[in-house]
Design a protein. Structure first.
Length: 353
């Protein structure tokens, strides 16, 4: 708007020349061909930078998603290698709880490093308190102190997980070395994805290109109010075209700068807290007794199973409703004693009583 006002003033003076301002007669002294070529060159610079920033943004999003998937897959494969037959339940539970806590800390530290909080110690501790992890305080003091003092916290967590796996493998808690090797490979592949995300977060766009684009944009802002006067026939038209053209260039420039930094703590960046919460909710499945078991069938007869498979197709919702246990039925005397009324609405009886 500020630059469109001079364009309107120049257009008015060009349409109403006075003897003392004859030098402002722009239409006969300025050629618009060079200006069109200059604007096209600036548009090419901006569109190219925006395309590179956009591709880098989505590459960072995909790498971060693959990072979470690989670390979660590594944890599920390690839990699947637990020796149920030989290892006692206490050792298995201890391994599961330590592994889930270390993976939760690992994922949170990776997100904080991509966010750039590790450069500011105060901001790092503040963000680490707000970013949810799975019961970090349950780990021993030696582990927590070593992690706090380590300058490379992510690599420290990786080594702790690797030591935990080898310790439980030697004690017989874990079996199937091939699956364990694949899980550790996924762990390091996730670390490689984190390195790719860190390149996108920390490496700036080439400085010479960024400076050239900024200088060309400044020159465009200075030339456009003058050249629009030559290319239009009315004051309001000159102001409108000058405003739209400069706003378009500025939007492309600012949009490219914003997409170059997909990770951060602003509202326009990726929601790191939501990503961590989703990872924790999936990670808690490794502790659930429902999934840490082998599925079985209601019938062991092959003929019966084949007949059910061919004729007994039903929806997933119907199958889930069949599997739901029915609550026990209380007597009328218990219901009469425990039912109460509050704010003209009835509530079900409490099971604790």
């Amino acid at each position: 708007i500020i630059l469109s006002i001079p364009s309107g003033i120049l257009k008015y003076l060009d349409d109403h020349p006075s003897p003392s301002l004859r030098w402002i007669a722009l239409r006969n002294t300025v050629d618009a061909t060079a200006y069109k070529s200059f604007s096209a060159l600036l548009g090419f610079f901006l569109i190219f930078r925006l395309s590179q920033s956009y591709s880098g943004y989505w590459r960072g999003v995909m790498d971060m998603e693959q990072l979470s998937v690989k670390w979660l897959s590594a944890g599920s494969m390690l839990v699947g290698c637990l020796n149920v037959a030989k290892a006692d339940a206490q050792r298995r539970n201890k391994f599961q709880h330590i592994l889930t806590r270390l993976l939760s800390i690992l994922h949170a530290l990776a997100l904080l490093e991509l966010e750039g909080s590790e450069h500011d110690p105060h901001n790092f501790h503040e963000r680490f308190d707000t970013l949810q992890t799975i019961d970090v305080a349950s780990l021993d003091d030696v582990t927590l102190h070593g992690l706090k003092e380590s300058p490379h916290k992510i690599e420290t967590i990786i080594l702790l997980i690797q030591s935990l796996v080898h310790e439980n493998l030697s004690s017989g808690t874990l079996t199937n070395q091939g699956t364990i090797a694949k899980a550790l490979q996924l762990l390091y592949e996730g670390l490689a994805k984190h390195a790719d995300c860190r390149v996108i977060a920390n490496i700036q766009f080439p400085f010479p290109y960024a400076q050239a684009t900024a200088y060309l944009l400044i020159a465009e802002c200075l030339i456009t109010p003058v050249m629009i006067c030559v290319m239009t026939r009315h004051v309001l038209t000159a102001m409108l075209y000058c405003f739209l053209l400069l706003v378009t260039y500025l939007i492309l420039y600012l949009l490219a700068m914003e997409l170059e930094h997909p990770f951060g703590d602003t509202s326009n960046n990726l929601d790191v807290d939501s990503v961590q919460d989703t990872f924790n909710s999936k990670l808690l499945l490794l502790l659930s007794p429902t999934v840490c078991r082998s599925a079985s069938l209601k019938s062991e007869s092959s003929d019966d199973l084949l007949e059910r498979a061919l004729n007994g197709t039903n929806s997933l919702r119907a199958a889930m409703s069949i599997a739901e246990p029915k609550p026990p039925r209380a007597s009328n005397r218990v219901l009469k004693r425990e039912t109460y009324r509050e704010s003209d609405s009835f509530k079900p009886p409490s099971r604790d009583r």
